[in-house]
Every structure is written in structure tokens, then in C-alpha cells.
Design a protein. Structure first.
Lengths: 196, 162
């Protein structure tokens, strides 16, 4: 699966099918763990930053984003709380109720689970299909999101409707690609995973 | 302007209320700040960055490349979304590709001046701490304080894993 593969516009019937698959997956997914690869293309530095790690998700709003390589860094979102951990340092903070931060949080949670993006009025969604997967192109409609992204692409498995790649394209042209690998759904995840 | 800086990080990085009122800690600089423990030449260096503006804390990642006396970098949040790029040398520090809500001249100017002080501290060796100062916390971490706008930048280099 690559972004270079050939996509065509989905028909209305296919759009409905894609919507149903993603929604069904989002509804049925209570927990998820996977490894991830995050590629940040930095046009300004003429370089790429490639990070790898583990991701844990628990519905509705818990994420543990654990970078393993090239550095060790844990970032946990647990409702209104965020925990940051690197080496022996741990920093626990409470989120402000910022509308704009909530937008980012919604996009990240939506990118992982599919929840809240498909039925969102924040985006105009274009549906594409290929032999391998579906591509959902999200064009921001709201000012807060437009100021960050020109486009967000979600790549959806034809099998179970899970999102296995997210591309976030910024206004500057910089791109962040996050691939979700070896996904395991609905396994038991203790709340402690999201507390330290 | 302080409110604009706060708004920036509310939108972009994560922010938090803090009860920690301490402003100054760490060792004053008697030796160069930018040792090889803190930055490697010509490669990507990664730092966890925390900002404190008033009582608010914010976090993000700073990616930095140093080539001789020239510094290039990007400030992004934990998910990779960029706030701005920057360049710095002995003469000038500039922000580039600044995200729109931060793209106000007075915000750019404050950050540019703070970064210019930071990246040129070893060359200028200024003892004047009236406006800004730096305190070393460890060989791989330090704090920069802007005394005028009460902004504290904490940098911690993230060591590469094997």
C-alpha cells in the first residue's frame, strides 16, 4: 500500500459502503494496540524525521503514544490529563479546555479510530478506492483546522474498515505520515497503561 | 502580546496550569552552553521543549541542525504538526513558515530575539542578564528565561535509542 497507487473516485454506493465499514469499525473498537511508524517530512531542513513506537488506544479518549526510536519518549492523553515521560523525567499536566486543542485531539483520536471524523462537519470528505484500500481525503472547512492543515488523508483497510495510515499535509507543504502496523483490536487494556 | 503567545500554545502545543512558581534554578553559565553533549554538528538533534508563560506550561519537540555557525530548526508538537521553522547565525535569527495564528510581528520578534540570544550565547558571552538569561540544568538540558515577557523555555535533549 503506497500513496502512489492508483485511486479512482468512489461511486455513491461505494461511498456508502466505506462509510458503513469505517463507522462499524469505530463503533466496535473498544481498545486497540499497534506499533507505529511516524515520518515527518521537513522541507525546510531538507530531511526526514522517522520515529517508531507503540500505540495504545482505549475508547473514548485515552491514547498512549510511546516513542521507542530514535528516542524514548512517552506521551499519554487520558481525558483532560496529559503525561509526558522521557528518561527519568515525568511531567503530568492538565489540559486547558481549549477549543483549538480539542480540534487537534479530535483529529488524532479520529485518525486512530475513525471516531468523530466521518460524521464531522469540520471536513468535506472525498472518497477514493483502489485494489488495495480506500482513501478518504478530508479537506478542512473550519478556520482553526484550515490554519494547520491543507488536507488530511486516511487510508482504510478494505477488510475491516480500520485506518492503517494517516497523512497530514500542512499549509507549508510539510507532511506527516503515520502508519499503524500489527494492529490488535479489543484486547484487555488496563487503565494503568494510561496513567504512567 | 502575552495572551497571543498563550493562545498559540493552547492551539498548537499542549498547555497546562501549573502551581510551580519557581522561576530560576540551575547553574549560571561559566562554560560554553552548546557542548557536544547538547548538540552534534550536521545531524538532526531532538529536544523535548517545555514553555512556561505565566502559570501555563506547554510542551513540544524541537528539531535542530547545526552546521558550523548556522542553525536551522523546526518546532513541532508531539504529533508532528509544525509551529514554525527557524534559521539563526551570528547576524540574524528568523522564523519561517510560521503557522497563521502565530504569524504576528510582535510574537515573531519576541521568539526571534529569544532564539538569537540562545544560539549565539557562546559567541557573545554576554554577562548582561537584564533581559534574558540561561541556566544549565544538566549537560543535556537548560532553561532560557525572557525576563521582560516572563517566558521560560526548557530544553532537554532526547538521546537516541539503540
Amino acid at each position: 500500500m503506497t500513496s502512489a497507487q492508483l485511486y479512482r473516485n468512489a461511486s455513491t454506493a461505494e461511498e456508502k459502503q466505506i462509510n458503513e465499514k469505517v463507522s462499524a469499525n469505530a463503533t466496535s473498537m473498544k481498545t486497540m494496540t499497534c506499533s507505529f511508524e511516524q515520518i515527518k517530512e521537513l522541507s525546510f531542513l531538507n530531511d526526514k524525521s522517522i520515529s517508531k513506537g507503540l500505540l495504545f488506544y482505549k475508547k473514548p479518549n485515552k491514547i498512549r503514544w510511546e516513542y521507542k526510536h530514535p528516542y524514548s519518549y512517552i506521551f499519554i492523553m487520558n481525558g483532560e490529563k496529559v503525561i509526558l515521560q522521557s528518561e527519568n523525567n515525568k511531567n503530568e499536566i492538565n489540559l486547558n479546555s481549549s477549543k483549538q486543542f480539542q480540534q487537534i485531539s479530535k483529529i488524532i483520536l479520529g485518525g486512530v479510530s475513525g471516531n468523530g471524523l466521518m460524521d464531522s462537519s469540520d471536513f468535506r470528505i472525498f472518497f477514493y478506492t483502489s485494489n488495495e484500500d480506500y482513501k478518504l481525503q478530508l479537506q478542512p472547512l473550519k478556520k482553526e483546522i484550515k490554519s494547520l492543515f491543507s488536507q488530511i488523508n486516511l487510508f482504510v483497510s478494505k477488510g475491516d474498515g480500520s485506518i492503517n495510515k494517516v497523512e497530514m499535509i500542512e499549509k507549508t507543504g510539510d507532511k506527516t505520515i503515520i502508519r499503524f502496523l500489527s494492529m490488535k483490536r479489543n484486547i484487555a487494556l488496563n487503565d494503568e497503561v494510561f496513567s504512567h | 502580546m502575552k495572551s497571543f503567545l498563550i493562545n498559540f500554545f493552547l492551539l498548537f502545543l499542549l498547555s497546562a496550569c501549573s502551581t510551580d512558581k519557581a522561576l530560576i534554578s540551575g547553574e549560571p553559565l561559566s562554560l560554553p552552553l552548546w557542548t557536544t553533549s547538547l548538540v552534534q554538528d550536521s545531524v538532526m538533534n531532538t529536544y523535548q521543549i517545555t514553555l512556561q508563560i505565566g502559570e501555563k506550561h506547554m510542551t513540544g519537540i524541537c528539531l535542530l541542525k547545526k552546521t558550523g555557525d548556522k542553525w536551522n530548526g523546526s518546532l513541532i508538537n508531539e504529533f508532528g504538526i509544525k509551529a514554525f521553522d527557524f534559521t539563526s547565525d551570528a547576524g540574524m535569527t528568523h522564523l519561517h513558515h510560521t503557522v497563521s495564528f502565530l504569524d504576528k510581528w510582535y510574537i515573531r520578534k519576541t521568539i526571534e530575539q529569544d532564539l538569537h540570544y540562545l544560539f549565539n550565547i557562546d559567541a557573545t558571552k554576554t554577562g548582561n542578564e537584564k533581559k534574558r538569561y540561561i541556566r544549565r540544568k544538566s549537560p543535556t538540558s537548560f532553561i532560557l528565561v525572557n525576563r521582560i515577557h516572563h517566558i521560560q523555555y526548557s530544553f532537554k535533549r532526547l538521546p537516541e535509542t539503540k
